[in-house]
Design a protein around this ligand. Sequence first.
Ligand SMILES: C[S@@+](CC[C@H](N)C(=O)[O-])C[C@H]1O[C@@H](n2cnc3c(N)ncnc32)[C@H](O)[C@@H]1O
Length: 205
Amino acid sequence: MYASSIINQINLVSDQINKSKIKIILNNLENNISQQLDGSVVEMGCYVGTTSLFIQKLLIHYDQISNFFVYDSFQGLPDKAPEDLSVVGDQFQKFQLSCSKSDLITNFKKNNLPLPRITKAWFNQLTNQELPKKIYFAFLDSDFYFSILDSLKLIWPVFNQKGTIIIDDYNREALPGVSKAVNVFFQHKKVKVKQVENLAIITNN
Ligand SMILES: C[S@@+](CC[C@H](N)C(=O)[O-])C[C@H]1O[C@@H](n2cnc3c(N)ncnc32)[C@H](O)[C@@H]1O
């Protein structure tokens, strides 16, 4: 499988994710690619592109050029909701993790990869006009309750039910809002939520 071969071809450009989790994301994506599912790939919370670089490399290999959409405020994290308050401390503050869109673009250029379609916005200000018409794979990595909930509400109406949604920081004590958003959103939906490391992997089988 190509996914495992690219893991050593690109360096991590931040400490926001490790290669073990990237491998899991790529394996799931490659599995969906092999099923030739209709739609596009999105990453909500792309930051400087640590994961996006790997996703784009895989998509390019499979001729899915211009099929990758990434979103971020590029202003860092928003305010915390009560759901985000954690007993293990007060890390992850408002505006933390801010970076510029050009930091992301530079990382793609350094890796000789074409740019994904980049949208700078707060998720609660996005409309379906700015989303692809159909999505078969989504990686959500935005740390907070409403950031995850808003992303899920946006993508769900256009999600290809044969595809996969992966959410980072599931069951992570420092970011309790993530699991709460996932659990609330999917509680009455017919999906399977599997946890691998602290990724929630959502499929319909
Ligand atoms: C943990 S970082 C993402 C790391 C990234 N996936 C990577 O692999 O490098 C979280 C990102 O989510 C963004 N974010 C969080 N909440 C957001 C919101 N409500 N709207 C837009 N961006 C948001 C932050 O700006 C930050 O860049």
